[in-house]
Design a protein around this ligand. Structure first.
Ligand code: ADP
Length: 198
């Protein structure tokens, strides 16, 4: 059975401040394909061809042939952009949003940070256009693409807290972690956010 949003507490249950923001965000450690939610966001590659890591897990769960057929309607996807498909065989999810994160080779540049944030922004805009109210994000770019975990947690946290304050349409964002380091870094970020919230 997939996990449901009712079973996953929001950060408001823990911090009791900033209800309008923290009651719409959860941190959940697990396999993104095992969540019952409107949309899951895939860390895809620019050819949308299916790859390793979370991309492989999503293609496997959705059905490789079916999902690849859907992805072929697009001429790939640029870094920072996002496209949408159905969720094929994942019956507890309505859509898959595929976004392509930046690859960080040696040192992190501010343009990498902008591209990472654009992945989140463009995925949320696609969700809005398609009437999707709940979204699960994996930790885009922090695996094989080499984006530093700590900067990702902070940049994503800063962006999402502002986005939710300005956009009422999204009911829940689940930050899905797979590695304990990302789980810890997100909790650190939000503990600090809650402590400094006025
Ligand atoms: P990228 O190429 O964008 O770095 P990866 O797939 O290598 O993408 O990693 C992105 C993140 O997804 C990493 O934090 C990785 O641990 C995580 N991940 C891998 N498999 C899953 C899964 N089944 N569900 C959720 N997250 C996953």
């Amino acid at each position: 059975m997939p996990s449901t949003l009712q079973e996953i507490p929001t950060l408001f249950a823990k911090y009791k401040v900033a209800k309008n923001i923290l009651d719409r965000i959860s941190i959940w450690n697990g396999d993104i394909t095992r969540l019952q939610i409107d949309a899951i966001v895939n860390a895809a590659n620019s050819r949308l061809a299916g790859g390793g890591g979370v991309d492989a897990a999503i293609h496997r769960a959705a059905g490789k042939t079916e999902l690849q057929r859907e992805c072929r309607q697009y001429d790939g996807c640029a870094v920072g952009e996002a496209v949408i498909t159905s969720a094929c065989k994942i019956e507890h999810v309505k859509n898959i949003i595929h976004t392509v994160g930046p690859q960080v080779y040696s040192s992190l540049k501010s343009s990498d940070r902008e591209k990472l944030v654009n992945c989140y922004r463009n995925s949320l805009e696609l969700a809005k256009e398609n009437g999707l109210k709940s979204l699960a994000f994996c930790c885009i770019s922090t695996g094989v693409y080499g984006y530093p975990n700590d900067d990702a947690a902070e940049s994503v946290g800063d962006f999402l807290t502002k986005y939710l304050a300005e956009n009422e349409n999204i009911e829940r964002i689940v930050l899905v972690t797979f590695l304990f380091i990302d789980y810890e870094l997100y909790h650190e970020y939000f503990a600090n956010f809650a402590e400094n919230f006025e």
